[in-house]
Design a protein around this ligand. Structure first.
Ligand code: HEM
Length: 326
């Protein structure tokens, strides 16, 4: 009797603990409704004024969120500066002299701390700011589940594994799958390249000597090739010049990226590669024809990406300053 009672009580204790920890392991759309009711307003204002100052910032913040989520999960590690105990991710190859927007997140965090001190994680601020960046440039709006906590370290090695524009589609897809995403997510999320810019170094090899015999990439439209050769002349000092990822509507979040791919006008080799595979080409064609389909799927895939490796409950911390572990 005694034994069965103690078995019963330890079982129920286990269930209770399980329930408590399970429920706190979930992200929640209303997570800050009581603890930081003005959060959305603060983030939106911050993104809005950043975009008003420089339109490109929407693209930079969206990419920053992607570069946060892939390496160690969406836990704000990309925001951390180097310390004596770890090297941050900012100097990893895909990030160095490339990712931007840290000051915008700092400014938003400062305002969020004033309104609700030590309450909202940097990871959540970045996730919300990415959604706002899409919405404020004419793209879809989707509800963002919240309650992420900030990581205590960074992982430069993992950041070096972010997908590269020079990799074949199957490698990029494998990287997405290893994060719990799928082939459709590869296509949909690549649609983020409907806004923003790329440096010539990330696609120049397509323009001059793609095949080792002095010919350009045959999958690149001839008139786009001519334009790009003007932006990126065949000399090293053009490496940091910028070209639009979507030359038709650079600052507008729409489905023109997919229309470009259908017209052989993708900027990165990894973009145009989506037309080189039957399955991904079919997705591309559908998104080029049905903007609503792209809008809907983009929100769904962004929520999936935003859920990669999140810390919740008692894990991690709420950083006071996004650049430094407390
Ligand atoms: C599929 C694999 C991907 C590859 C290979 C890739 C590669 C790149 C490269 C090389 C650049 C230009 C960087 C520079 O020149 O400094 C870039 C820019 C950008 N990427 Fe991606 N990307 C990928 C996926 C994504 C995803 C999933 C997102 C977001 C959901 C994203 C959002 C962006 C944005 C918005 C820009 C422009 C940033 C700016 O103007 O500051 N990319 N990407």
């Amino acid at each position: 009797m005694n034994q069965s009672f103690s078995t019963f009580s330890s079982l129920s204790l286990f269930c209770l603990l399980f329930l408590v920890s399970f429920s706190s392991c979930q992200l929640d759309y209303k997570f800050y409704d009581n603890t930081c009711p003005n959060l959305l307003k603060i983030v939106r204002n911050g993104v809005w004024s950043a975009i008003a100052n420089e339109t490109r910032m929407a693209a930079s913040i969206l990419r920053l969120h992607f570069h946060d989520c892939f390496p160690n999960g969406c836990e704000g590690s990309v925001l951390l500066d180097d310390t004596s105990t770890f090297t941050g991710e900012k100097t990893a190859t895909p990030n160095k002299d490339s990712v931007r927007g840290f000051e915008v997140i700092d400014a938003i965090k400062e305002n969020v701390e004033k309104a609700c001190p030590s309450t909202v994680s940097c990871a959540d601020i970045l996730t919300l700011a990415a959604r706002e960046s899409v919405y404020l440039t004419g793209g879809p709006y989707w509800p963002v589940p919240l309650g992420r906590r900030d990581g205590l370290t960074a992982n430069k090695t993992a950041a070096n594994e972010l997908p590269s524009p020079f990799e074949p589609l199957k490698n990029i897809t494998a990287k997405f799958i290893s994060k719990g995403l799928d082939l459709k997510d590869v296509v949909v999320l690549s649609g983020a390249h409907t806004i923003g810019f790329a440096q010539c170094s990330t696609f120049k090899q397509r323009l001059f000597d793609f095949d080792g015999a002095g010919n350009p990439d045959p999958t690149l439209d001839a008139s786009l090739l001519t334009n790009l050769r003007t932006v990126c002349p065949n000399q090293n000092d053009s490496d940091t010049n910028l070209a639009s990822l979507d030359a038709t509507t650079t600052n507008k979040f729409d489905n023109n990226y997919f229309k470009n791919l259908v017209n052989n006008s993708g900027l990165l080799q990894s973009d145009q590669a989506l037309m080189g595979d039957n399955t991904t080409a079919l997705f591309v064609m559908n998104y080029s024809k049905f903007p609503f389909l792209f809008s809907r799927d983009f929100g769904i895939s962004m929520v999936k990406m935003g859920n990669i490796g999140v810390f919740t409950g008692q894990d991690g911390e709420i950083r006071k300053n996004c650049r430094i572990v407390n």
